[in-house]
Design a protein around this ligand. Structure first.
Ligand code: NAD
Length: 498
């Protein structure tokens, strides 16, 4: 079987005797491909290809770079079903969910099309006698992105359009678990007219990541993945003198106040907790009903909904969620549920041991509902990243807020209520980066930026949107004096605006 290749300088690249790893269809458990794993050799080759392309690309007027992004938008629209099928084949999410991923990626491409406006500098005439000042933002050079398995198209496209629009060349190191989307993205950029070498794909795991972090030819690294790796990438990349943004894991709470519409809240929890089998960094994994009566009624409404979740492969149009990404991950989620049970949680609906007829080899798991979860339990402290919804009952609104603010993660959160005062207070006090009011998954649109707080992010910048312009460029300010004919003699005092 020919392995899935790296794409360097516009060409497939595989070393003879390269190490390969299997790629699976999670719905069947079958190996569908082998992936070539890169290390410092491939990263080096990609940096060289990117450096060769950099001068022409960074000197191209932003409006011309935007032409490529406009063309990419068209290509992506035309091929969105292909993109979605490629995502689902290796990730397992439903086709509609994958189409949603493509739609959110397109928002970033559309925002990046406005790059001439976004890169407009500041100019001040006459800041001192005959002196004008102008500030502009220039590209960093060769930058890299390291991405997780759960959005194999969207997360790379959170990074690449903005990095390229700003005039950088890019090296993508996608997840080794669903790598084909990265090669398809490369193909789409090529079809949109991107010059060779501006975008390169190096596949691999830790060895490729370390080579990126240590390479002196790479100026900046964007990372999205789990918190331990985000922290590692941030520390090692910064120690090597790079600019790094590293987005990590999450534990997202949804507070349900007694005045909320509980059917609406239960529906929202189903989509946000079990969509994509809970493998979303913005998934709601903890429901926090306030008051015993709210909690009892909510669990009563959730139970039949979780029991009747429609689980199936991406080809099943009625499926609401698919399998988990690997057998190892499915087993880890099942172990965490068992740990929760042993620590005292009540398993109201049990998804362990679920099997789908005709797909017995797949990495399936049913939806799980845990009640009576408490702050000290492992299922509460750790990110599970599976179809498991925990109910943690709070005695008061303040207790719910304190719980969220005390948690190590601060990616997303939501409040469901009809009380405007409470909602306003929540959005002000909550120590979380993305907040929804009656919105369960508050992923910002492409012209705002995405980013959590606390141990959900390392680094100063959010991803995509206006923050991306700052992350992928550096500031230059020019002070210029015209005309040159005036001789004032040597001035030894510090320059002022007199
Ligand atoms: P992961 O951390 O295992 O992998 C992410 C990337 O890091 C991959 O490219 C992988 O090859 C690489 N990697 C893995 N182990 C490494 C190591 N030891 N050294 C160096 N590199 C390594 O994450 P995942 O399982 O692919 O994705 C799920 C995680 O990503 C969840 O924690 C989820 O919350 C998080 N996530 C966060 C966001 C966000 O925006 N905050 C978005 C999506 C996913």
């Amino acid at each position: 079987m020919t392995p899935i290749p790296h794409l360097i300088g516009g060409k497939p690249y595989v070393l003879e005797n390269a190490q390969t790893v299997p790629v699976f269809n999670p719905a069947t458990g079958e190996e569908t491909a082998r992936l070539a794993m890169g290390c410092s050799h491939e990263v080096d080759a990609a940096v060289k290809a990117a450096q060769e392309a950099l001068n022409d690309w960074s000197q191209m007027p932003p409006a011309r770079r935007a032409h490529v992004l406009f063309a990419l938008r068209d290509v992506m629209h035309k091929r969105r079903d292909d993109i979605a099928r490629t995502i689902s084949a290796e990730h397992g999410k439903t086709h509609d969910d994958a189409l949603g991923e493509v739609a959110r990626a397109l928002e970033v491409v559309e925002f990046a099309c406005g790059i001439p406006h976004l890169l407009k500098g500041d100019f001040s005439r006459h800041v001192a006698r005959d002196l004008d000042a102008c500030s502009e933002r220039q590209p960093l050079g060769v930058v890299a992105g390291i991405t997780p398995f759960n959005f194999p198209s969207m997360v790379p496209l959170w990074m690449i359009p903005m990095a390229l629009a700003c005039g950088n060349c890019f090296i993508l190191k996608p997840s080794e678990r669903d790598p084909s989307s990265a090669n398809l993205i490369h193909e789409l950029f090529e079809a949109a007219g991107l010059p060779k070498g501006v975008l390169n794909v190096v596949h691999g795991g830790k060895a490729a990541v370390d080579a990126i972090l240590d390479h002196p030819g790479i100026s900046a690294v964007s990372f999205v993945g789990s918190t331990p790796i985000a922290e590692y990438v941030y520390a090692r990349g910064c120690a090597a003198g790079k600019r790094v943004q590293a987005l990590g894991g999450a534990k997202n709470h949804m507070v349900i106040l007694p005045d909320a519409d509980l059917d609406q809240a239960a529906d929202a929890l189903m989509g946000a907790g079990f969509g994509s089998a809970g493998e979303r960094c913005m998934a709601i994994s903890v429901a926090v009903p306030v008051g015993e009566e709210t909690a009892n009624r909510l669990v009563e409404k959730l139970t039949p909904r979780v029991q009747s979740l429609k689980i199936g492969p991406s080809t099943d149009k009625d499926a609401e969620m698919g399998p988990l990404i690997t057998k190892a991950h499915r087993d880890k989620v099942a172990d965490l549920i068992s740990k929760g049970e042993a620590e005292g949680a009540r398993v109201v609906v049990d998804g362990r041991g679920y099997s789908l007829q005709g797909y017995e080899g797949g990495f399936w798991m049913g939806g799980t509902l845990l009640d009576g979860v408490t702050k000290d339990m492992t299922v509460y402290r750790e990110e599970i990243f599976g179809p498991v919804l925990s109910v943690l009952r709070a005695g008061s609104y303040d207790e719910a807020v304190g719980l969220i603010n005390d948690h190590q993660y601060g990616n997303g959160t939501a409040i469901f209520t009809r009380d405007g005062d409470a909602a306003r207070d929540f959005t002000r006090r909550i120590e979380v980066g993305m907040v929804g009011v009656n919105v369960p998954i508050p992923v910002p649109v492409g012209y705002h930026s995405f980013g959590g707080w606390k141990r959900s992010i390392f680094g100063a910048h959010g991803i995509y949107g206006p923050e991306a312009v700052h992350f992928y460029t550096r500031l230059k300010t020019v002070s210029a004096r015209w005309p040159t004919g005036i001789r004032a003699g040597a001035e030894f005092t510090f320059p002022s605006n007199g």
